[in-house]
Design a protein around this ligand. Sequence first.
Ligand code: TYM
Length: 339
Amino acid sequence: MRIVSGIQPTGNLHLGNYLGAIRNWVRMQDDAAASGGQCLYFLADLHAISMPHVPADLGANTREMVAALVACGIDPQRSILFNQAQVPQHAELQWLLNGTARMGWLNRMTQWKDKAGKNREGASVALFTYPVLQAADVLLYQATHVPVGDDQKQHLELARDIAQKFNNDFGTEDAPVFTLPEPFIPPEAARIMSLRDGSAKMSKSDPSDMSRINLTDDADTIMQKVKKAKTDPEPLPSDKAGLEGRPEAKNLVSIYAAMSGATVEAVLAEFGGEGFGKFKPALGELLTHKLAPINARFVELRQDQAALDAILRQGAEKARALAVPTLNAAYAALGLVRG
Ligand code: TYM
């Protein structure tokens, strides 16, 4: 089992990242240790330059994200934790895969359509070819499983299409160059929505900080955000069907369930018939209680920049060693002469 996943070091780690992806990174790290598997988790700093960015912020956010991931339970001794920019094989393989990826495939990506908006002519080329770099990220390590939230499913399907076409065009039947990766999406928290709008996903790029719970928020801020979260005036239903057509209520109940480890049915059995005046303080307390230890550890870790840099340097060294054989195989399969 080879588990690979990444996160962009733009802004804070939020509850959507945590419940949709990072919690599974930690679980898979623990499972991998028992089964002899290997986990690679990285900061997608090369992806972060596909949108306008401030260079000084990117460096600071990269280190903060390392601190946040370690605070969440990623152990750099057991998992390989690194940033793309220190493993040039990612960008190299992307170029090789650019020959296989089709314009039509990339044109269909919803993230490209959303982020470029109406201004496609003004969007960066990197934003368009972003999913090819993402394919390189996982194919480079022969990933078998990729833990992500639902919004990354389409990019992972594209990575499989690229791998399949490359294997067909340049591999041999008994020696495919790439392993086809499987996305691993949590059934219960695949898509955490904004606290201000039940139809938009919780996101780092939302201009309103009130739309998300950051893992670095203190108790007062969490309580405030939950209290102000958009809801409808009805009490909570007593069964799951009653949440249909109530996206904000569904989101808050899902968050409660995911954070407490209970099913949505169990949460509704407890709170069905109650108004948000009772449910919101309970949710705020649960979040505060669960996030406080992560927050405390984050505050401590972020102070030691040299230690964070050392984690990335050592992680990159291990990642490069694993990346080189696959990259060499891809060069060779394409017939490129390298001395
Ligand atoms: P990013 O940085 O936007 O998000 C990191 C992870 O968090 C998940 N996520 C969510 N899950 C549930 N609800 C939400 N509201 C929510 N918001 C974010 C994302 O699905 C993701 O798993 N392109 C990727 C980074 C990347 C990557 C990769 C991932 C680059 N290369 C290779 C996997 C494999 C991204 O921008 O994720």
